[in-house]
Write a protein that binds this ligand. Sequence first.
Ligand SMILES: Cc1cc2nc3c(=O)[nH]c(=O)nc-3n(C[C@H](O)[C@H](O)[C@H](O)COP(=O)(O)OP(=O)(O)OC[C@H]3O[C@@H](n4cnc5c(N)ncnc54)[C@H](O)[C@@H]3O)c2cc1C
Length: 394
Amino acid sequence: MQVIIAGGGPAGAIAAEKLSASGIRTILFERSMDNDKTCAGGIPSALVNDFNIPDDIIQQKCERVRFHGPSGVMVELDFPDGEYMATVRRHEFDKYLRNRAIERGAIIEEKEVFGYEPATDAIKVNYQDSTGQHFWAKADYLIGADGAISRVARMMQADRLDYVASMQEYIRPNPDGMAHWNSVSGLFYSTKVSPDYYGWVFPHREYISIGVGTRYKYAKNISQYLNNLKELNAKWLDGGEVLGRGSAPIPSTIYSEPARDRVFLVGDAAGYVLPGCGEGIYYAMKSGLFAAEAIIDTYRNGHSNPALSYNLRCEREFKYSFNYFKRVEKVAFKSDYTRELFVRYSREPGAADGFLNVFSVKEKRKRSSLISKIQHLIALNRIRGEIKREGLEF
Ligand SMILES: Cc1cc2nc3c(=O)[nH]c(=O)nc-3n(C[C@H](O)[C@H](O)[C@H](O)COP(=O)(O)OP(=O)(O)OC[C@H]3O[C@@H](n4cnc5c(N)ncnc54)[C@H](O)[C@@H]3O)c2cc1C
């Protein structure tokens, strides 16, 4: 059996590692080995544990997160039970994952995939090498791991994904800023920073990623939103140095049938990014792994429909967290008033546990008891009163 993978980001690299470790001939085409994906690089502790990411690849481990509301209110929270959000530098992280796949026997080449065609009992993949020459290669399966604007997806899917536009800078802050963000990430919820998404600060070893996202409707103002976020943090950035800036789309919807026949879409190509959060590395790696496992099952046990088992597995495994964050987005990002409520409410005992658990350990939240639901309603009413008494207008 032979599998071709288009794209050597986290989704493609993990699929290549798993497939080649199982004795399947695996060829991964990556169009640029030097690729440095625009990304804040925040990964949950669940990913570090599930995929054995060593400490030297991790830039920082954030055990705390600060939520900032539109009024300037700030709530600092600990991740549950020693969990955390780590940060990685994508250039380094992706290379590390590709090297793991090479160690397991995967063939990785700098080539760009242009398309595919069905063939008898196989699939033919068209790719271009560095001289611009086109070639065809035959495989049993093709995995499209070619990111948010995926060529493989475009050929395979009739519909299109929706996206959030994003912009981020890597900035070396002043020494006070580096200390301020040491092991703490920041999430900023306000219309000034994003009318329908949020802004972030994620610390790395020697710099921070500071960025914003917004749907395309407001995308023309995105540099202004980023400037507003930088202004809010001027105290920590003054005298600092901008090291780089990038923009990229983040999928905000998923395909209903990401795999069909001999073609599998994984990671961003399938739209597997947590809605209202933008977290996609974990889901890229999990979906890459699931696609590989479905193919391995066919290779070893003759399972007849790996595409179907992949689709069902992704749905089963991702449904809870995707629905959870969709609800958060719908309720909390409606207006500055609801953002303020969300941030203030998160400091109530247990209120943010679900949010932090779903992010860091991917655990389903236990159903709240009636008593705790009533307690939370009382707390919400108290917070509404607080906002009114402070005379805040949004
Ligand atoms: C500003 C920003 C911040 C983000 N922050 C976070 C974060 O903090 N945490 C998080 O979890 N997620 C974050 N994300 C999302 C995350 O970056 C993606 O979900 C993740 O990179 C998806 O991995 P992937 O392997 O599916 O795709 P990618 O990482 O995009 O990898 C695709 C690879 O395919 C290659 N490629 C593309 N086309 C072809 C082709 N035709 N032939 C060959 N190779 C090809 C590309 O060069 C690339 O290396 C962020 C995204 C953005 C834009």
